[in-house]
Design a protein around this ligand. Structure first.
Ligand SMILES: Cc1cc2nc3c(=O)[nH]c(=O)nc-3n(C[C@H](O)[C@H](O)[C@H](O)COP(=O)(O)OP(=O)(O)OC[C@H]3O[C@@H](n4cnc5c(N)ncnc54)[C@H](O)[C@@H]3O)c2cc1C
Length: 272
């Protein structure tokens, strides 16, 4: 048995996989360095080769252990996490990576705007410094899952005097800020998976900046490169073609809590 297999066995021994709640199990998986084995120790990983995660996932799958809710948190897991690891401060990594993996934090992506889609560097949402905070005003669109998100990764313009790719900065935004309004975009199917998001006087502490001021384009391309990886891995909504959250390739039905008298079954992945 390899060291990695031993670690998985220890995790399964200390957290019975079929009875431990998803958040507890996934938190323990993160602490054991088995969330993303290619991440550093203390950040959910063991600094191993990325491909070795497959060994971990296969063993956990076989044990019917809770898995991250990729359908709801694909942007957090596939895009925000690797970007925070690459450019986020120590504090941001400590604050978010574990809860993001445990899916007690759901994330969305505030990049696209009515005038900035293919030409993402045209973003017009402004972030203006005010002491140790930034004040953000603007509008985003096509924001998948914004209606259920706790946090967002956001690209905003912080300097209009330089060429457009040089004038952007990347932030983590708390979606419960009172200046944020989420308006659903109703599709012809009747579903509303995407949203318009309006930001009016949203105050973001400078500690929520990811990367340097003006480095937003570089940070954003890191996010977008990781989005491609997530799509390739089958863990991104875009894979379903219509924004419908895709299930991981080896997905199995979510375990159900016992049905309350007369009530519908509740998924174990449901947030408290
Ligand atoms: C399923 C889905 C989920 C999404 N979720 C999110 C999300 O969560 N967060 C987020 O920020 N965004 C999201 N988006 C938005 C997505 O990033 C944009 O749709 C994308 O960047 C394209 O922008 P647009 O829709 O404004 O199209 P446009 O940029 O208006 O492009 C329209 C058409 O014109 C073409 N075109 C554009 N410019 C040129 C040019 N210079 N020369 C030739 N052809 C051109 C394009 O190829 C395209 O065919 C999502 C989109 C989809 C489809």
């Amino acid at each position: 048995m390899t060291d990695l297999q031993q670690r998985v066995e220890q995790l399964l021994a200390s957290h019975e996989p079929t009875t431990t709640g998803p958040a507890d199990f996934l938190g323990a998986q993160f602490d054991a360095g088995l969330a993303w084995v290619h991440f550093p120790e203390g950040r959910g990983g063991l600094s191993l080769a990325r491909g070795r995660q497959l060994e971990v996932d296969a063993l956990l799958e076989a044990a019917r252990a809770p898995r991250p809710d990729v359908a709801r948190n694909s942007i957090g897991l596939g895009m925000a996490a690797p970007t925070l690891l690459a450019y986020g401060s120590e504090e941001l990594q400590q604050r978010h990576l574990r809860s993001l993996f445990a899916c007690t934090e759901i994330w969305c992506q505030l990049f696209s705007e009515p005038g900035a889609g293919s030409d993402l560097a045209a973003v017009a949402t402004r972030a203006v410094p005010d002491g140790d905070e930034w004040v953000i005003d603007g509008q985003k669109v096509w924001t998948s899952g914004a209606h259920g998100a706790d946090f967002a990764i956001l690209l905003a313009r912080t300097d209009t005097s330089v060429p457009k790719h040089a004038g952007m900065t990347y932030f983590v935004v708390d979606m419960t800020d009172p200046g944020i309004e989420v308006r659903p975009l109703r599709q012809i199917t009747g579903e509303a998976e995407f949203n318009e998001v309006f930001l009016a006087g949203v105050r973001v502490h400078d500690g929520n900046r990811v990367g340097a001021v003006g480095q937003g384009w570089t940070v954003a391309t890191t996010t977008l490169n990781n989005e491609r990886v997530a799509i390739g891995a089958g863990t991104h909504p875009a894979q379903a073609g219509q924004g419908r959250p895709a299930r991981p390739r080896h997905a199995r039905p979510a375990p159900q809590r016992p049905r309350a008298a007369g009530g519908p079954p509740r998924e174990l992945t449901e947030r408290a």
